[in-house]
Write a protein that binds this ligand. Sequence first.
Ligand SMILES: Cc1cc2nc3c(=O)[nH]c(=O)nc-3n(C[C@H](O)[C@H](O)[C@H](O)COP(=O)(O)O)c2cc1C
Length: 305
Amino acid sequence: MDLSTEICGIPLDSPVLNGSGTFDPLAARRAFGDALIEDFPFAAFVSKTITRKTRVGNPPHRLWEAPSGLINSIGLPNPGLEAFVAGDLIELTGLPVPLIVSVMADSAEEFSLLVETISEVDGVAGIELNVSCPNVHSGLIVGEQPKETEALMKELRPLTDLPLIIKLTPNVANPHEVAIAAEAGGADGISMINTIKAAAIDRVHSRTWLGAGAGGLSGPAVRPIALAQVRAVSTAVEIPVIGMGGVEDADTALEFILAGARVVAIGTENFRDPQAGSKVRKGLAGALERRGFESLQAAQASTLS
Ligand SMILES: Cc1cc2nc3c(=O)[nH]c(=O)nc-3n(C[C@H](O)[C@H](O)[C@H](O)COP(=O)(O)O)c2cc1C
């Protein structure tokens, strides 16, 4: 079955992407060799989130295994824009799939600088705007407020010809209101969900387990929430949705497409199995056939009763 599709005009061999910050192809190449890159697990690669300045990330502990999920408070460690452009970005543009660069900032000026700088690099197919990370206070406000979101999108839209995909936070009562504002401001696509605010308690020492005090929950535990939000958003906007939150296999990927996502992304599952993307892609045709779909397009066009 032909699984090719597109998101925001970016052609894709399959509807399976990675969630930002959950797969490092450069580290994977070092650990597993070139084979993993040649049979690349995803149809497009979304980079970890890059900020203007270097970030060391949050203090340890940074991870907690929750029932059917993971709480992380990594805190967006990254080399900063300049070092990223001069280093990893060059290698990432050599991947055999389209590259989407994720950026985050705490002001419109910094977002503008990130968008303009990344747009000048050959080989970048799109930009994802992270306004949803629950670990860092800056950036949260924009994604929680429809007016802020629309204003940011209006400011960034004229700065680039690349597709702008906005990654929404699930930590709001009505994510579709933010999505409608993002679309009105000129967003080309929506990526969702980011992690859900969560905490873990170290009861032996009577303190919070995570160094930052709290973090974000991901993995199968969040899937029902992600599906509800993807459904609410995809029925509210015309622009396509990249759906994620607990995708584990082809069947759970298909759930997101039936909920209204154009394509899906895999996050936490990559830590359990670096080939999760390939497995989902390979299983998708069978999952579609078992449910009576003649093509991926038929599933993408279907609506839930
Ligand atoms: C360890 C870890 C790091 C993450 N880093 C980022 C990041 O840098 N930028 C971002 O937008 N989302 C980040 N996320 C969120 C994921 O991209 C994804 O939205 C979320 O985990 C839900 O998908 P999942 O349940 O399949 O993991 C991170 C998630 C995890 C678990």
